[in-house]
Design a protein around this ligand. Structure first.
Ligand code: GLU
Length: 545
């Protein structure tokens, strides 16, 4: 059979040769140990945390080997591709400071020598390689269609295949030049399928950077490499792009392990050197019963990376948490290096967990609380404001108009004297947390049995109230009054004989705190009073619970 003629018959317009393509993509000059990694998302309108996980691993590998990280947009599934979706993707990457060495800008300019970095712009390349495979007898045009009552043919192909590894029944596998011409002259469309050389009983081994050596059944399917609309399904585009673009490690989700044997056969058929794979575990969640399930777009808002942006999580917290999930070594490193940036952690792909990581928002919140507690007040204010400008415009206006006051609010208990409070895990919660700086409290978190006592205490406290000049002075004045009114000023005495007192000094302080903030717990009350000012504090002390 003259495969070359067949190739020219079905691809008359493809004149670009694969040699010419290779000339356009010279081998990268890499120093010893340098790795080339990539993030290859399909623009679906959201960035799933699992995909971001891969981007993050790729980023770390490139960074730690002084290598290259590039972004490739996998948009050949045109039905799903939307300009808006691409924008969302770029926005998320931007929000997380995920910088690529090579990529295509949103307005279509390629930055880097291995573009175009968008698959829909690489169709002529895929066609050239498909033509080459056909010309070598390694791939063939398939005219079977799902419509026109030919479903049976397709079904037969699949079932026979599995049952007796018989491929010769295939109506398209060995069509002659003349038969193909007839189909084409009839105006029939066709897909291109790889002609597998396997019989169905072979096994292959391949190495995975995380899971080590894996063994699987070799591919034995004539799978499609070019659809009838001329676009390549994932395996073909992956093999060609990652080879031409010089990727040295492909980090992708472990859902691709099952199809890796097919990818390996494609690499062989194309004459490409096999690329190292790194299949990272999928992310799970625990349901109410404690059972694992895959984190899902439908049920888990935190599966979408925008969740963290919209709720104002510091990106450092998200990165810290991802590192925590990937690599248990990170937790120990963090304990020993509490002040260092996560970026200083030496990340090794071989240490990535093989056990399915479980996403736990409570844990992320804990990490985030810690990260936020270490941010200076001024910086925290700026992050809060930046967040509000996008997600709560009226709040942003208030913050901007009263900048000095709210910088002080953010600065509370961050003077190095007191241990920083760890009660804020994102910017979205800050307005609620500090509600008493926005409005005088109307709801009070007071225990019912305390109401009367509290009002009685406060009516005395406000009588001669003057703004104290220090925390110590404030506390001293509360102590004196509390003692007069029958509160224990010494906790030991109180504990020994609680019935002799109306309460202890802490209770008295709580009443003042409740009047001023509505809460039983708050940052240093004296600081809050200072920020609110004498007039406002006086007004608040005049409270009816
Ligand atoms: N576009 C594929 C995905 O989003 C990429 C897989 C890969 O990284 O090779 O799942």
């Amino acid at each position: 059979m003259n495969y070359n003629d067949i190739a020219n018959l079905i691809f008359p317009d493809v004149t670009l040769s694969t040699d010419e393509i290779f000339d356009r993509y010279p081998k990268r000059k890499l120093k010893e140990g340098q790795m080339v990694t990539r993030f290859a998302p399909s623009p679906t309108g959201l960035v799933h945390i699992g995909n971001f996980f891969q981007a993050f691993i790729s980023y770390n590998i490139a960074k730690n080997t002084d290598g290259v990280l590039f972004l490739r947009i996998e948009d050949t599934d045109r039905k799903r591709e939307k300009v808006e979706a691409k924008k969302v993707l770029y926005d998320v990457l931007d929000n997380f400071d995920m910088k690529f060495d090579e990529y295509q800008t949103l307005d279509g300019a390629d930055k880097g020598d291995y573009g175009p970095y968008v698959q829909s712009q690489r169709v002529e390349i895929y066609k050239a390689f498909a033509k080459k495979l056909v010309s070598e007898g390694k791939a063939f045009p398939c005219f079977c269609k799902k419509t026109e009552g030919k479903e049976d043919v397709l079904k037969l192909r699949e079932t026979k295949f599995v049952e007796d590894d018989e491929k010769e029944y295939d109506p398209c596998r060995n069509l002659s030049y003349e038969e193909i011409k007839k189909h084409i002259d009839n105006g029939e469309s066709f897909a291109i399928r790889l002609k597998t050389k396997n019989q169905g009983n072979e096994r292959i081994k391949f190495n995975d950077l995380i899971k080590g050596e894996l063994e699987a059944k070799a591919n034995a399917k004539d799978f499609v490499i070019l659809k009838s609309d001329g676009t390549p399904p994932y395996p073909f585009a992956h093999a060609i792009d990652d080879t031409l673009m010089g990727t040295t490690i492909v980090v992708r989700g472990e859902e691709y392990i099952a199809s890796t044997p097919a990818h390996i056969e494609l690499f062989e058929a194309l004459g490409f050197k096999q690329i190292q794979y790194c299949h990272n575990p999928l992310i799970y969640k625990l349901n109410e019963l404690g059972n694992r399930r895959k984190i899902s777009k439908r049920y888990d808002p935190e599966s979408n990376m925008m969740f963290f942006v919209e709720n104002g999580y510091p990106k450092e917290a998200v990165f810290e948490y991802l590192l925590n999930m990937i690599n248990s070594g990170f937790e120990i490193w963090r304990k020993n290096n509490p002040e260092k940036s996560w970026k200083e952690f030496k990340f090794k792909p071989s240490q990535i967990t093989t056990v399915a990581p479980i996403f736990d928002l409570v844990k992320l919140n804990d990490i985030s609380k810690n990260v936020i507690s270490l941010i200076s007040g001024e910086k925290l204010f700026n992050y809060w404001l930046e967040w509000a400008k996008v997600y709560d415009e009226s709040l942003a206006k208030v913050l901007e108009n009263d900048r000095e006051k709210f910088v002080r609010v953010c600065q509370m208990d961050r003077d190095g004297k007191t241990k920083p409070r760890k009660d804020i895990f994102n910017y979205a919660m800050m307005k609620d947390k500090f509600h008493y700086f926005f409005d005088r409290p109307v709801k009070f978190n007071i225990d019912d049995e305390d109401r009367e006592k509290a009002e009685e205490f406060l009516s005395e406290y406000r009588k001669n109230f003057k703004m104290p000049s220090s925390n110590e002075e404030w506390f001293e004045s509360v102590k004196i009054l509390a003692g007069k009114l029958g509160y224990a000023t010494d906790n030991k005495l109180y504990k020994a004989n609680p019935n002799e007192y109306k309460g202890n000094i802490a209770k008295a302080c709580e009443f003042i705190r409740l009047a001023i903030t509505g809460e039983k717990d708050s940052p240093t009350l004296f600081t809050i009073m200072e920020i609110l000012g004498e007039e406002e504090v006086k007004n608040r002390l005049n409270v009816k619970f």
